[in-house]
Design a protein around this ligand. Structure first.
Ligand SMILES: [Fe+2]
Length: 256
């Protein structure tokens, strides 16, 4: 996300304009096999490397069921639990549309999956990144509330022409955040949870900076979307990240 790949030939102003049918029936056996391969590989890799809420969500949403999940089946479990639902989109949506979706507890998921030859390379987030990386955490009640708040803050920041501030907080928490749990360093962000190479790298590389997470630091820490991050922000806990983001107001965000 946070990269504009859907071009606006005509001005589209409602997030609903970006939603497309998932067309689950159009996924081929090979597509489902790629999902299963990615899923098995990533679950084995993550093991105890990810915050426990992540696997709670995987179990609750029955994501270990073989094949690419269909959005309706996923929503049938997710929506009654936290009020979140997924919608299919053909690619990255503009930031204002993305944040508008979050304010309504709607999460966009790509309607495509990478090819077997590109297991580790992605030009744009596909349904494995979106559904495996993001959706499990949206089954966590407090995290679910935080992401809705991110949507409100992002919308307010864009209106003040300061959208990058919220993009950076989003990036350093929901996408690429690390957090301590039981004294150990764990993956929190979806970009890490869904990446084979960067999941290892973020936790184990000696070549990166790991700095304590705060919303103030996140606002002033640039990120890369074309390479592994040169620095990660580490929260004292998942709960701390949630509390700090929920305590943020649009006014304070703009003053940080
Ligand atoms: Fe993402």
């Amino acid at each position: 996300m946070l990269q504009e790949t859907i071009t606006r030939d005509q001005p589209l102003q409602r997030w609903q304009d970006y939603v497309v049918p998932q067309c689950w029936e159009a996924f081929t056996d090979e597509d489902h096999a790629v999902w299963d391969l990615l899923f098995a590989r990533q679950v084995e890799l993550l093991g105890s490397r990810v915050v426990s809420a992540f696997f709670d969500g995987i179990d609750l949403l029955k994501l270990s069921h073989p094949g690419i999940p269909d959005v309706e089946g996923l929503n049938a479990i997710l929506e009654p639990r936290t009020g979140w639902r997924t919608v299919a989109v053909p690619g990255l949506v503009p930031d204002d549309i993305f944040f508008a979706m979050l304010t309504e507890r709607v999460f966009p998921v790509g309607n495509f999956i990478r090819k077997r030859e590109q297991l580790d390379y992605l030009e744009a987030p596909d349904c494995f990144h979106d559904m495996f990386g993001h959706i499990p955490m949206l089954a966590h009640h407090d995290f679910a509330e935080m992401v809705e708040h991110v949507g409100r803050l992002g919308t307010a920041a864009i209106a003040a022409d300061e959208g990058e501030r919220m993009a950076r907080i989003y990036w350093h928490s929901v996408e690429f955040g690390l957090a301590r749990e039981g004294g150990e360093l764990k993956i929190l962000g979806a970009g890490l949870a869904s990446s084979f190479g960067e999941a290892h790298f973020s936790l184990e590389s000696d070549e990166v900076e790991r700095l304590p997470f705060s919303v103030g630091r996140a606002v002033h820490t640039p990120y890369r979307h074309d390479a592994f991050q040169p620095r990660y922000l580490v929260s004292k806990s998942l709960e701390r990240t949630i509390a700090h983001v929920l305590a943020l107001t649009p006014e304070r965000l703009l003053a940080l």
